[in-house]
Structure formats: structure tokens, C-alpha cells
Design a protein around this ligand. Structure first.
Ligand code: SDX
Length: 380
């Protein structure tokens, strides 16, 4: 075979890893579409579960299909007592993303592994993961405070039930509605690192619970989903509007990444950041102002002055933390909340990968040596 010129691109930048019809991003125009519908329209008119259905099954559900999907999700929200007992052994100082990854993998212990050619098995896996992930995130939150988790409430919708399980009280209707929109905004984003991780894991035909556990572990990193928690830490470290520019100067001098800014694809402000910023302001009007917001606005302005010419603008993680703070969500739960939403996208890509599967096995450009003599230990 003739030597093919294979160019190595760090991080596979710009290299297609699949063909997909699930979502589309135009990084220059700041466009995000799920199955061809733009995110602004879905945020305004749809719900997270309807959007999850669209992403996973490829079409908007009829009223009967949506009612049945929502009923299935309600029925499967509870988690096995053995998983609750396992979670009670987790250290309360552990990070909630590690707790989520462990409990997501544990789900696989209860359901058969190798029925991927059975549409009913696929449907149940989709329902169980969408239904149980929020319950596990909320359960760990109560357990690490030394309390028993509360059971899901069938009379509450998806978003309201999560906030209820987390805070042990029914949320304000506006808070529930806003949270549902946040889940829609975070549901899917083409071949990001955690989705790619899910695809690679899926391509070996392992069970969907292992696929989601792989993706959760990948999302946890600060360069990916973990940035939303670090943005709040950054805003708190900055502490005042006056300190924004000195803080930014120090980041630039030390070449430190500024959390919540930049994106491999978007070279303009992330369309999700625009919507999340609007949501934050709506919450401030109802529930009171957050002084971090004026620091964030100043940071956005200062970063645009210094790095805008390089296409570095706010991404989805920059304003999401301000919204979640107003909803009473602790900052180390911001990334688990991101994971709750992204389960929809991960499952959509899991199904799409199975439909035309080939195990991922890229090549490499070898840079090591050959025929190296084995030096006996006494000679080293
Ligand atoms: C998400 O991929 C997705 O779709 C992800 C996501 C999704 O929905 O799944 O959108 C969610 O992960 C959002 C990103 C959250 N992460 C952060 O906010 C962390 C801070 N951001 C950076 O780490 C960075 O912007 C990345 C990792 C998000 C993207 O980086 P790139 O552009 O792929 O890779 P890079 O780090 O090589 O950056 C290119 C240049 C570098 O300069 P040079 O070394 O070439 O001189 O841009 C600079 C970087 O230093 N740069 C930044 C920066 N982001 C890029 N410099 C300072 N601060 C930043 N935030």
C-alpha cells in the first residue's frame, strides 16, 4: 500500500469523526440547531423532554408519543435501594461528578448487557438513564449533608421534580421553567469531548450505562463541562469590577485559560450564552440581583477588548453558573446538572453510532525508536 500522507491534528481539530444528523453548529455565525431547528426556537417553544425525544428519535413526538414518553420517565425515576445504599458509602467530600459517574455505571449491574439489537432494550435504556440520572444527582446532594434522599414526585414535571428532590421543596414555577430551558440549552452539541467519548465507548458494543459513565467522566474536566463551576470561583476571586482588568492581565501574563471563554468551534459569542444571560437577568428581576453579574459583564467586555480578535468570547459555561446560583444549586453541582441535560445528546449519538457501527480504532504517527537493546537491570 503506498505511503499515505497522514497529517496529525492535535485534539483531532477539524477532523470529522463521524457523519451525524443530530445537531449542527456554525461557529462563525453562532448558530446551533437540533435536528435542523435552531436552539432559540426550541428554548422558547419546546421542553427538555420533548427536545430529548427529538434528539434521540429524530422527530418531534405527537401528543400521544410525548405523553407516553413522559409517563415512562415518571415511572422509572426511582433508583434501586442497593444503589442508594452504595451512594451512602461515598465520602461526602467526594465531587458530585465522581458520585454520578460511579452510580451511572452501577445502573448497568441491574440490566442485561447485550440486547443492543432489541429496540425495547434500547427504549428502556433511554428512559431509565434520562429518568434516573437526576434522581442520583439529587440523592448524593442530600446524602452528603447527612440526610436521606427524597423520593421523586410523580405530580411534578421533569425540571420541577429535580429541583424538588434537590431542595426538598417545590420550586417557584418560574424557577422550574427556567431550569427546563437550561436543560434544553445543554442537551446536545455535536462531537464535543464527552459525546466523542460516548461514541468510542458505544462502538465496542458495551452497555449504555458504561457509555454514559464514560461520558460523565469526560464532561467533568475543567476544559469541558467543569468550567461552569470554575467561572463562579473566578468571579468570586475577582471580587469587584475594579479588579477585573488586573485579574485578566495576570491571566494573560501567565497564559492561564479564562474559564467560560473560548471554544473549539464558536469564534463568536456562544448562542447559548446569549440566552443564558437573558435568563439570568429575568431571574434577577424576580429573585434579586447577584453582584457577580456586573463583574461578569465587565469581564466579558475586557476579554473582548484583549482576545476578541482571536475569536475568544463567552461560551455556554460563562453565564450558566449565575442562573444556577439563583436557582439555589450549589456550584459543585453545576456540572452534574450539565450532565443531566447532556444525557439526551449522548443517548442520541449512542443510537446513531449503533445504527452504523464500526469500532473506533484510529492510527498514530510513531515517534519512538526501533530495535532497542534490553539492558539487564544490573547494567542500568
Ligand atoms: C464546553 O466542544 C464543545 O462543544 C464543548 C461544549 C459543549 O456544549 O459540549 O460547548 C461545552 O466544554 C465549553 C468550553 C468550556 N471550557 C472553558 O470555558 C475552559 C476555558 N476554555 C479553553 O480551555 C478553550 O477555549 C477550549 C478548551 C474550550 C477550546 O480550546 P481550543 O480553542 O480548542 O484550544 P486551545 O486551548 O488550543 O486554544 C487556542 C488558542 C490558544 O492560544 P495559543 O496557545 O495558540 O497562543 O486560544 C487560546 C489558547 O491559549 N485560548 C484561550 C482561551 N481559550 C482559548 N486563552 C485564554 N483563555 C481561554 N479561555
Amino acid at each position: 500500500m503506498s505511503a499515505v500522507c497522514i497529517e496529525f491534528k492535535p485534539g483531532l481539530e477539524g477532523i470529522p469523526a463521524t457523519q451525524s444528523s443530530i445537531s449542527y453548529v456554525d461557529g462563525q455565525q453562532g448558530i446551533l440547531e437540533y435536528r435542523g431547528t435552531n436552539i432559540e426556537e426550541l428554548a422558547k417553544k419546546s421542553s427538555f423532554l420533548e427536545t430529548a425525544y427529538l434528539l434521540i428519535w429524530g422527530n418531534l413526538p405527537s401528543k400521544e408519543e410525548l405523553d407516553s414518553f413522559q409517563e415512562d420517565i415518571r415511572y422509572h425515576r426511582r433508583i434501586k435501594y442497593r444503589i442508594r445504599d452504595m451512594m451512602k458509602c461515598f465520602p461526602e467530600t467526594g465531587h458530585p461528578m465522581d458520585a454520578l459517574q460511579a452510580s451511572a455505571a452501577a445502573l448497568g449491574l441491574f440490566y442485561s448487557r447485550r440486547a443492543l439489537d432489541n429496540p425495547e432494550y434500547i427504549r428502556f435504556a433511554v428512559v431509565r438513564l434520562l429518568a434516573k440520572i437526576p434522581t442520583m444527582v439529587a440523592a448524593f446532594q442530600l446524602m452528603r449533608k447527612g440526610n436521606d434522599p427524597v423520593q421523586p414526585r410523580d405530580d411534578l414535571d421533569y425540571a420541577a421534580n429535580f429541583l424538588y428532590m434537590l431542595n426538598e421543596k417545590e420550586p417557584d414555577p418560574l424557577a422550574a421553567k427556567v431550569f427546563d430551558v437550561c436543560l434544553t440549552l445543554h442537551a446536545e452539541h455535536t462531537i464535543n469531548a464527552s459525546t466523542f467519548s460516548a461514541m468510542v465507548t458505544a462502538s465496542t458494543l458495551t452497555d449504555p450505562y458504561a457509555v454514559i459513565a464514560s461520558a460523565v467522566g469526560t464532561l467533568a474536566g475543567p476544559l469541558h463541562g467543569g468550567a461552569n463551576e470554575d467561572v463562579i470561583t473566578m468571579l468570586s476571586e475577582i471580587g469587584s469590577v475594579e479588579n477585573v482588568r488586573p485579574y485578566l492581565e495576570k491571566c494573560l501574563e501567565t497564559k492561564a485559560k479564562i474559564m467560560g471563554f473560548g471554544h473549539r468551534v464558536y469564534k463568536v459569542k456562544d448562542p447559548r450564552a446569549i440566552i443564558l444571560q437573558e435568563i439570568a437577568v429575568e431571574l434577577f428581576e424576580k429573585f434579586g440581583y447577584d453582584k457577580y453579574y456586573e463583574i461578569a459583564l465587565e469581564m466579558e467586555k475586557a476579554v473582548e477588548e484583549k482576545l476578541g480578535h482571536r475569536g475568544i468570547y463567552p461560551n455556554v459555561d460563562f453565564y450558566s453558573g449565575l442562573v444556577y446560583r439563583k436557582l439555589g444549586i450549589p456550584s459543585d453541582l453545576f456540572t452534574p446538572v450539565f450532565a443531566i441535560a447532556r444525557v439526551a445528546g449522548w443517548l442520541a449519538h449512542w443510537k446513531e453510532q449503533l445504527a452504523a457501527n464500526r469500532i473506533f480504532r484510529p492510527t498514530q504517527i510513531y515517534t519512538g525508536e526501533h530495535n532497542v537493546y534490553y539492558t539487564p537491570i544490573q547494567e542500568r
